[in-house]
Design a protein. Structure first.
Length: 168
């Protein structure tokens, strides 16, 4: 067609006078031969272009579906990233709470040790108090025994006084 003739015109122009003043060119038959070769080469290139174009069209037919799948995948990645951020925040909050629990546990341990120490002191005081009460009970029993003996002695003195006053 017209483009083939245009390509041939370019080739034929090369067969004409040379720049720089030389007027001689290639023989016409050689020019026509080159022209035919150029037209054939152009037809081959056009066939290749059409083949590549059809391959590109075939490849690009799946692009909308791939683009949609990519967008869905990207949305999935964004969703997962958001969930990961939420999980990190929950994890950080849990770790902070765990830290508070550990601190409270340490405080409870200290309080428990203090309580155990006070309980031991109280037990010691109780043992000492029991010992003191037992000693006091023994002293009271001794005092009761002494008072009973004194009362008996006084009774016997009174009884002796009563017998001695009836008999002169």
């Amino acid at each position: 067609g017209a483009s083939a003739d245009g390509a041939g015109a370019v080739e034929l122009a090369a067969c004409g006078p040379r720049p720089g003043g030389a007027t001689e060119g290639l023989p016409a038959e050689e020019c026509w031969h080159r022209h035919r070769e150029a037209v054939e080469a152009l037809k081959g290139l056009r066939a290749q272009v059409e083949l590549v174009d059809s391959q590109l069209q075939e490849l690009s037919e799946g692009l909308p579906a791939l683009r949609e799948a990519t967008e869905v995948g990207e949305q999935g990645v964004r969703d997962l990233a958001a969930r990961a951020d939420e999980a990190r925040q929950r994890h950080a909050a849990l770790l902070a709470e765990w830290g508070k629990v550990m601190d409270a546990g340490g405080s409870c341990d200290a309080e428990l040790e203090n309580f155990a120490s006070r309980l031991s002191e109280a037990r010691s005081s109780l043992v000492s108090e029991r010992s003191y009460r037992n000693s006091l009970r023994g002293s009271i029993q001794g005092l009761i025994a002494s008072l009973t003996a004194l009362d008996n002695h006084l009774d016997s003195l009174e009884a002796g006084d009563g017998q001695g006053s009836s008999s002169p």
